[in-house]
Ligand binder design. Structure first.
Ligand SMILES: *Cc1c(COP(=O)(O)O)cnc(C)c1O
Length: 378
């Protein structure tokens, strides 16, 4: 397979989104659609129903789409779900968990932050104690795949504690939904947040929320922002057959509907999860074979994105390594951990295990700081 399916896509995007999409997904964006039109709004309604079906087979769930990047959707949920007299607990172990807390502080929402640093699992004992000692807590939020490192957080265990204490449970499953099997009903998630340009393999432009209908109904009148009012957006889509309140990202939505078709054709989330796991296995084995070490233990790594320690050689610079790989058709991602010098490689998107194998061969040729490679003249 060639890495390039359209001439203007010169490399594989091995990043956590936007990621490499198929030509057929991109082609859907070549038609303009009217945001008021029944056909277009029918596409929106289908997308909403299919997202719910991906999340659970149980009744009682709904979905809503929201313009903007994934963070806008997180902000819509945090700003709309928590009542004026509510209080949020955030379990953080990376940038995206910390961002939820940052959103809450922008919105003046009372908050407990349980911060585990960047390479440790969330402190469940601390959560349990907090839930027992502060009856004012109403909501608990956690990130599923913490894209900062690639760590997969134990959302079932967090949800069980939140639910035993009668709290509303919010999960940022941005980089995992569609790529890792999960059932929102079994996990007792009240609000699950993801976006178009992650594991569903669409292009950037909107996020979406899958919510328990009862929990969504409770958000009426709570929003702290007009354009990020989750309830009003949901109500408008419900009552007007898929109409968005403000200009909808029509091209992106049509591409996303195609991406959902292609997810089905691949065999659904189970099949996609298998491919991502295989990508991840080939990546980690290949990189270890070249002498690179992963930041995290195998037990907590996600099959979505992987952090590798940067080489300690004086000659190494991420920029130079990046440029050499880019010239060979692969774009990787800088690290985001403050305590360790790392780079990251994503394995989601329209990327196959054989492409990852080619990446490993390219990496071997690009270790310019190694004397063996210098001799071969990169
Ligand atoms: C990508 C991502 C987001 C959203 O990021 P945007 O840049 O706003 O799209 C949020 N949380 C996690 C875990 C992510 O991976």
């Amino acid at each position: 397979m060639t890495p390039i399916d359209l001439p203007e896509t010169p490399y594989f995007l091995l990043t956590p989104g936007p990621l490499t999409t198929t030509a057929s997904v991109k082609r859907k964006m070549l038609a303009d659609a009217c945001t008021w039109d029944d056909d277009y709004n029918g596409v929106v309604q289908q997308v909403r129903a299919r997202l719910v079906a991906l999340a659970t087979a149980k009744p009682g769930y709904t979905s809503v789409l929201m313009q903007g990047s994934g963070t806008a959707c997180v902000e819509a949920v945090i700003g709309s779900a928590i009542p004026a007299d509510g209080k949020l607990v955030v379990l953080a172990n990376g940038v995206y968990g910390s961002r939820i807390a940052e959103i809450a502080s922008y919105l003046n929402i009372p908050l407990h932050l349980i911060d585990a640093g960047e390479t440790e699992l969330p402190d469940l004992a601390a959560l349990e104690t907090l839930l027992q000692t502060d009856p004012g807590i109403t909501h608990v939020a956690v990130v599923h795949c913490e894209t900062t490192t690639g760590m997969l957080n134990p959302i079932a265990a967090v949800g069980a504690l939140a639910k035993a204490a009668g709290k509303t449970f919010i999960v940022d499953a941005m980089s995992s939904f569609g790529g890792i099997e999960m059932d929102v009903a079994e996990l007792e998630i009240d609000f699950l947040i993801s976006s178009a340009n992650k594991c569903i393999q669409g292009v950037p432009g909107f996020g979406f929320v899958i919510a328990r209908i009862e929990a969504m109904l409770e958000t009426e009148g709570r929003a702290r922002s007009l354009s990020l009012d989750l309830y009003s957006q949901w109500k408008c889509m419900e009552e007007n057959n898929g109409k968005w309140r403000f200009t909808s990202p029509t091209h992106v939505v049509r591409a996303f509907a195609q991406a959902l078709n292609e997810l089905d054709e691949e065999g659904g989330v189970a099949a996609r999860a298998l491919r991502y796991r295989e990508n991840h296995r080939v990546l980690v084995e290949g990189m270890r074979g070249l002498g690179f070490e992963t930041l995290l233990d195998d037990t907590v790594m996600s099959p979505i994105i992987t952090s590798f320690y940067s080489p300690t050689d004086d000659e190494y610079s991420f920029k130079q390594f990046y440029d050499l790989l880019k010239a060979r058709g692969f774009v990787i991602y800088p690290g985001k951990v403050s305590a360790a010098d790392c780079f990251r490689v994503g394995n989601i998107g329209n990327v196959m295990p054989e492409d990852i194998q080619q990446l490993i061969e390219a990496v071997e040729q690009c270790c310019y700081w190694r004397s063996s490679v210098q001799a071969a003249a990169v």
